[in-house]
Ligand binder design. Structure first.
Ligand code: SAM
Length: 204
């Protein structure tokens, strides 16, 4: 039942460094696309002031998250729920203080990223962060060979998948009221993109 994604052991500490820097000290973090649940266990334990809410649209992934939670209990790690980023109107959450999404944007149809920001706009307060992690394309920079091969492989598996342009994600986020605040270089040619919900302008 418990799945193991080997990459989580390699990337969890660098991601945690970013999370420590940008997440609030308290409140609920909605994790979208939690996958095996190993990140959720690790981050909930490392950030005890936060309520960590894992989710995934895949039933087996939710079962794996639940099994990790049972094996390594942590008081601030909540039971997973099914959540499809592409259907933001159906998200089973009304409010969160932050949203974290690791390795989903390139491995789902673009609608999932559109829905992610539409949902974030609905559930997050002004000033709240959205943290994305994964490989991206950047402007006219040539893709690193490992990312170029990964992109081809993704597109072979599903033509709707593939590495996204940071600029396209930034534009979509902005349309939903989120500003790209930080772009952090991560090991193995990945990036953390940290967005923050803009304050509403004062009425004139
Ligand atoms: C490569 S796995 C990453 C899992 C985990 N975050 C990690 O880094 O190990 C991609 C995950 O995205 C999830 N996913 C795919 N489409 C999604 C969607 N529309 N909404 C939310 N999650 C989605 C999959 O179910 C899967 O668990």
């Amino acid at each position: 039942m418990r799945r193991h994604a080997p990459a989580t052991l390699r990337n969890r500490e660098p991601i945690l460094d970013v999370l420590r820097a940008v997440l609030p000290k308290q409140g609920r973090v909605l994790e979208v696309a939690s996958g095996s649940g190993e990140h959720a266990v690790h981050f909930a334990r490392a950030l005890p002031g936060l309520d960590w809410q894992p989710s995934d649209p895949d039933r087996d992934a939710c079962a794996s998250i639940a099994a990790w939670r049972e094996a390594e209990p942590c008081p601030n790690l909540h039971a997973p729920f099914e959540l499809d980023a592409a259907s933001p109107a159906d998200w089973p959450v009304a409010k969160a203080e932050a949203l974290v999404c690791i390795n989903m944007v390139h491995i789902s149809p673009w609608e999932a990223t559109l829905g992610l920001f539409a949902g974030a706009q609905r559930v997050l307060e002004e000033g709240a962060p959205v943290v994305l992690y994964g490989p991206y394309r950047r402007g006219d920079r040539v893709l690193e060979p490992s990312n170029a091969a990964f992109d081809l492989d993704l597109k072979r598996r599903d033509p709707r998948w593939g590495l996204r342009e940071v600029e396209a994600v930034r534009a979509e986020a902005l349309a939903r009221g989120f500003v790209l605040e930080r772009e952090v270089e991560m090991p193995a040619n990945n990036l953390c993109l940290v967005f923050r919900k803009q304050l509403k302008p004062d009425p004139a």
